[in-house]
Design a protein around this ligand. Structure first.
Ligand code: NAI
Ligand code: MG
Length: 480
């Protein structure tokens, strides 16, 4: 089966609103205490459009000194500012205003996100919606944060209060910046905390846009701060900082470990959302016509750069060839190209680094003996495009089946029965997501229970709901 080989993007139709925003932000600054300032060092770095490799803007490179300033602003806002002291109803009012502004700017935010990280405009709008559902959910929670009253002897009164933690550092990746930023900001500020958001260096622009809207919404100075910069500079300074009470991080396992180490200075709290190599398990009794498009979305959404990507597809042996054939047909129908074009269904990878990494895995798959049923090549000609790839003939011990690729690359692995599916599905150091496809209700529950993952879907994939915890566990131990 063949697939597009020349997605060259020569020009993009950028709206006048986003064009104007970009013109005004060619030297984008840091947001500290509701003011926009350059990095103290004066350093900047480029934000690249991954579809064209053109420079979109120059962004301030925060370092330790800027982190100190931002922490001071956030600390003051928490220790003596109005935010944690005002009534929860007043906090909720500011949050609602921010929510309205975000919705008003939805089109521009989605477009800017697509320009900066390459996700298709369709995905950008869909993820914006997911982010807003969570945002509104947490804004609604602001007024219902309650403690408990415990039974006690007469003359005694025991109760607990839910208190904000203090200054939170939110460090996010580049694959879906708006939703990641809202997932960090919303729960933190709803409870009266203050936050310093550190976007990923590969795609920071929409976080700056969010910062502007936060000021307009009326958050007091220092409640929301945005520091653009690199991981080893701004990111590590934030995670080591003794006046930061909590780090909430989403990104690679490697950096998650560094953050945990950096937290020991003041024993700050840490929440880590790391990667996955999630098993999507299809039994022979599954509704195949429904399972195929979900299997496609599981490894191509965000061009495969999703923590919950279903990158290992386990299909029961008797169904495997038929399933792979149908899936390959759908892969062949993907439209690779300009992510701003609404017809495009697969955009570029987000950065040169990611392009090189995924290209390396395409080579490793072939060298390891896997067969590219479709795709298998990086695409030359500008922009960080690779072919969506189904590797058949994969053994779960191969590198491509063990390591998070974070690209549109699927490993198909056959299994014989329930025990084999569970054994192979759990034979990974990751434990973020999993899915099971079957028409047998009892089997669905049994397998969902036995798959060791924080989120397990049945007859669907990557459905998210803000009322559902985004759980995950394991790392480093490959068996049940
Ligand atoms: P990364 O973990 O280095 O970057 C994520 C964030 O952490 C960025 O904001 C970065 O500036 C920051 N960071 C980097 N080093 C830091 C440090 N020492 N201290 C504090 N913050 C630091 O991820 P990267 O290098 O962009 O991607 C590498 C791989 O990680 C990907 O190929 C993918 O496998 C995985 N990844 C997983 C994500 C997920 O959502 N689960 C998101 C991004 C990457
Ligand atoms: Mg890194």
């Amino acid at each position: 089966m063949t697939i597009a080989s020349d997605p060259l993007v020569t020009s993009q139709r950028i709206s006048t609103a986003v064009e104007a925003w970009l013109d005004a932000h060619q030297q984008a600054q840091l947001m500290i205490g509701n003011r926009w300032v350059p990095a103290q060092s004066g350093k900047t770095f480029e934000s690249i459009n991954p579809a064209t490799e053109n420079v979109l803007a120059h962004v301030a490179e925060a370092d330790r000194a800027d982190v100190d300033d931002a922490v001071k602003a956030a600390r003051e806002a928490f220790d003596s500012g109005p935010w944690p002291r005002m009534s929860s109803h007043d906090r909720a009012r500011v949050m609602r205003r921010f929510g309205e502004l975000l919705e008003e700017h939805a089109d521009q935010l989605a477009e800017l996100e697509t320009l900066d990280n390459g996700m298709t405009i369709g995905a950008s709008k869909a993820f914006f919606k997911v982010g807003m559902e969570s945002y509104h959910f947490f804004a609604g929670q602001a007024t219902v944060v309650m403690g408990h009253t415990m039974p006690s002897a007469e003359g005694m009164f025991n109760y607990t209060r839910r208190e904000p933690i203090g200054v939170v550092g939110g460090i996010i990746p580049w694959n879906a910046p708006i939703v990641s930023a809202l997932w960090k900001i919303a729960p933190a500020v709803a409870c009266g905390n203050t936050i310093i958001l550190k976007p990923a260096e590969q795609a920071s622009l929409t976080c700056l846009y969010l910062g502007e809207l936060a000021i307009e919404a009326g958050f007091p100075a220092g409640v929301i701060n945005v520091l653009t910069g690199f991981g080893p500079g701004a990111g590590s300074a934030l995670s080591e900082h003794l006046d930061v009470d909590k780090i909430s991080f989403t990104g690679s396992t490697e950096v998650g470990k560094l953050i945990l180490q950096a937290s020991t200075g003041n024993l700050k709290r840490v929440t880590l959302e790391l990667g996955g190599k999630s098993p999507n398990v299809v039994f022979a009794d599954a509704a195949v016509e429904e399972a195929v498009p979900y299997a496609l979305a599981a490894f191509t959404t965000l061009t495969g750069q999703a923590c919950g990507a279903g990158s290992r597809l386990f299909v029961q042996r008797e169904l495997k060839d038929e399933f792979v054939e149908k899936l390959a047909q759908q892969v062949a129908g993907l439209k690779i190209g300009d992510p701003l074009d609404p017809a495009t269904t697969l955009g570029p990878l987000a950065s040169r680094e990611q392009f090189d990494r995924v290209s390396g895995y395409l080579a490793a798959g072939k060298e390891g003996g896997a067969i590219a049923k479709i795709g298998g090549e990086a695409l030359a000609g500008g922009g960080y495009f690779v072919q969506p790839t189904i590797f058949d003939g994969v053994d779960n011990s191969m590198r491509i089946a063990r390591e998070e690729i974070f690209g549109p690359v699927l490993s198909v692995i056959p299994f014989s029965d329930e025990d084999d599916a569970v054994f192979q599905g759990n034979d990974t150091t990751y434990g973020l997501g999993a899915s099971v496809w079957t028409r047998d209700v009892s089997r669905a529950h049994t397998i969902a229970h036995r798959l060791k993952a924080g989120m397990v879907w049945v007859n669907t994939y990557l459905e998210l709901d803000p009322t559902m915890p985004l759980g995950g566990f394991k790392i480093g131990r490959a068996h049940v």
